[in-house]
Design a binder for this molecule. Structure first.
Ligand code: CUK
Ligand code: CUA
Length: 641
């Protein structure tokens, strides 16, 4: 969220919202729950939820998977932050995932999960998510719920309008929030913003078989701030729509200086056109250093590659790729209706929600119904592209998603509610309070060509009095509403991991059909895999000691290790020999600097240990795996060098 202070009539509303932040007691929540709410969220023991919800963990840097309607937390998928629970980012196999051109960065701020699409529908293959702070895009394989790839994004700062999938996952698109000087380590005065700072939209090509990402090209766009985006679909296939703020091009005190103009912009990007230019060789290679980290399922380990250049197209030279549409008051969300015709632009401080028509937009472009230019980009006349405005929607519209019956749902940050309106008439039909200060919302399949509907989930910024207090740091939370009827009904509040900026949800079977249940030991190509106990060994090479170890219910082999010297670097490579797909083993040793291991069946994981003193050090399995789990243990002896 961007802070919200403006010199407008909305000051009062802002004051109300600020009150919620500064501790004035909010009106006691009168929660209206329909009588059968409990039944609607009750998933009986042994039964499965209907929907998966993938929510960003915000400043936890991770993704959390929940079951809906129960709200049960199923898994935290480590992405940008180290996770000692399973050694992510600590083990020799996973450390490389967190390499960047700034070094090893074991944290980020994750905002927007995006499910991969086929023909505009969630296909359950991958989930993409952005790292905001040190610009990165991660790809999680939904067959394994593992982060398989992290790609750094050059020429970017605050990787916020990101990531968005095109209709067939042709591209994952990452837009920068901050405009920055282009190039590696470019040192210019901040006051030269207007001349030297540009925005960059990265079009990341996704290999349809393996999912591997590569930056196909970057589009250099005017130096303003970019907020959020959506891919076109159906009639608007081949286009993307971004919200932009700070068209004042301020570089200081944005809360005042970036709110001078009455209108900022929605930027329409014709990426098919950009693709053509790339094919015609109009792109320019520019130096750009960025890391590309991949986890290989075969070796169960990650490698980093350093990329050195990026292909760029510049909108200052190629004038028919992007167009601006004026949009009132710091637009935040830009969302596209299921048929691709309506582009909903929510301005945080606007009193209406403008809905643009893709048809009118392209007609206006064809007829050049422009209102001048902004940094060489044609500005389409507001009225020429406008389908109409949602009147009196509420205060602080942010984000919109769609259901299967022709309705849109917009989150209202300031008035803390969800507003339901009819897409074709733009008439408000229902509103329901959220507790409190909703940011994004998520309808099941809400950005698909054919949304699934049924539930909307509110992702709230403040929980206040909704949960037992836990010191000043209260839990973050989400709320589940039934939208199957005319009226929205609150069913459930549930706490979340970190700030749940955004979430995407899809029917469980879409994910379950792709789940991979067998990790074959025979296919394990890890260089230190011991595939049976005969292959276990301890090998010294100078000061380095490698232990080829196996784990199976209920022993570790070898379990007595002697001959380690003080000052050695010991690597325990533990292979899990289990045949059952869901029996992990753990491994920890007394005094281990970093973490433990959690090894899935068929997999090898490595922990590095540098004993600081002589002695005998117990090690054991950390994951209760059988009645004899407590017997799964051993000793390592360290002698004087
Ligand atoms: S942002 Cu937080 S409410 Cu990062 Cu998607 Cu809109
Ligand atoms: Cu293996 Cu506990």
């Amino acid at each position: 969220m961007t802070p919200f202070i403006k010199h407008s009539k909305l000051m009062l509303a802002v004051a109300v919202a600020t009150a919620a932040f500064t501790g004035c007691k909010p009106k006691k929540a009168e929660t209206v729950i329909s009588g059968d709410a409990a039944q609607k969220v009750y998933v009986a023991p042994g039964k499965l939820d209907e929907v998966y919800l993938f929510a960003s963990g915000g400043f936890s840097g991770q993704v959390a998977a929940y079951g809906i309607p129960s709200g049960r937390l199923l898994k935290v998928i480590p992405v940008f932050s180290q996770n000692p629970e399973n050694g992510w980012g600590y083990t020799e196999e996973t450390k490389a995932m967190l390499n960047t051109s700034h070094g090893f960065i074991p944290w980020d701020d994750a905002h927007h999960p995006q499910l991969s699409k086929t023909d505009g529908m969630d296909d359950g293959r991958w989930l993409f998510i952005n790292g905001n702070n040190t610009p990165r895009i991660a790809r999680i394989n939904l067959a394994t719920f593992k982060t398989e790839e992290i790609l750094e994004v050059p020429n970017s700062g605050g990787n916020h309008s990101s990531p968005y999938c095109t209709e067939n996952t042709e591209y994952v698109v990452a837009g920068t929030r901050f405009s920055v000087p282009i190039g590696n380590n470019t040192d210019v005065p901040i006051t030269s913003y207007k001349e030297n700072f540009r925005g960059a939209l990265s079009f990341i090509n996704v290999d349809q078989k393996e999912g591997n990402m590569n930056i196909a090209f970057q589009l250099l766009v005017p130096g303003v701030d970019y907020d959020l985006a959506r891919s076109g679909k159906g009639v608007s296939h081949g286009w993307m729509f971004f919200s932009c703020y700070n068209s004042e091009q301020a570089h200081t005190l944005l809360e005042v200086n970036a709110s001078q103009r009455d209108k900022d912009f929605i930027m329409a990007v014709n990426w098919k056109k950009a693709e053509e230019y790339v094919k015609q060789g109009k792109g320019k290679k520019m130096p750009a250093t960025y890391y590309h980290n991949k986890y290989d399922e075969k070796t169960h380990s990650a490698k980093s590659t350093v990329e050195k250049e990026v292909l760029t197209l510049d909108t200052r030279e190629l004038k028919d790729i992007v167009y601006f549409i004026p949009c009132p008051k710091s637009p935040h969300g830009a969302d596209v209706s299921p048929d691709g015709e309506n582009i909903v632009a929510s301005g945080k401080l606007a009193a209406v929600i403008p809905v643009f028509s893709f048809k009118k937009l392209t007609d206006a472009i064809a007829k050049k119904t422009f209102d001048g230019e902004f940094d060489n980009v044609s500005v389409v006349k507001y009225e020429a592209a406008l389908a109409g405005e949602v009147q009196k929607p509420g205060l602080g519209p942010l984000h919109t998603e769609f259901d299967d019956k022709g309705y849109a749902y917009t989150s209202m940050f300031v008035s803390s509610e969800i507003v339901k309106w009819k897409v074709d008439t733009r008439e408000v039909v229902d509103r329901v309070p959220t507790y409190y200060s909703i940011g994004h919302l998520c309808v099941v399949g809400g950005d698909n060509k054919k949304p699934y509907g049924k539930y909307v989930i509110a992702l709230n910024k403040i929980t206040k009095d909704r949960y037992l207090p836990t010191g000043p740091e209260l839990t973050q939370s989400a709320q589940l509403f039934d939208i199957s009827g005319e009226k929205m009904n609150l069913l459930l509040d549930f706490p979340t991991i970190g700030e749940p900026h955004y979430a995407q949800a899809c029917p469980a079977e879409v994910i379950m059909k792709n789940q991979k249940k067998i990790f074959e030991l025979s296919k394990n190509e890890h260089p230190y895999a011991a595939k049976n106990e005969q292959e276990t060994k301890v090998v010294r090479n100078g000061k380095r000691v490698d232990v080829w170890m196996t784990a199976i219910r209920s022993h570790l082999a070898p379990d007595n290790i002697e001959g380690i010297k003080q000052g050695d670097e010991v690597y325990f490579h533990v292979t899990n020999l289990e045949q059952d797909w869901d029996v992990p083993h753990g491994f920890a040793i007394k005094g281990a600097e970093n973490t433990e291991l959690l090894i899935m069946p068929g997999e090898t994981q490595t922990i590095k240990w540098t004993p600081k003193s002589t002695g005998v050090f117990p090690f054991y399995c950390t994951d209760f795996c059988s009645a004899l789990h407590q017997e799964m243990q051993g000793y390592a002896r360290v002698s004087a060098a």
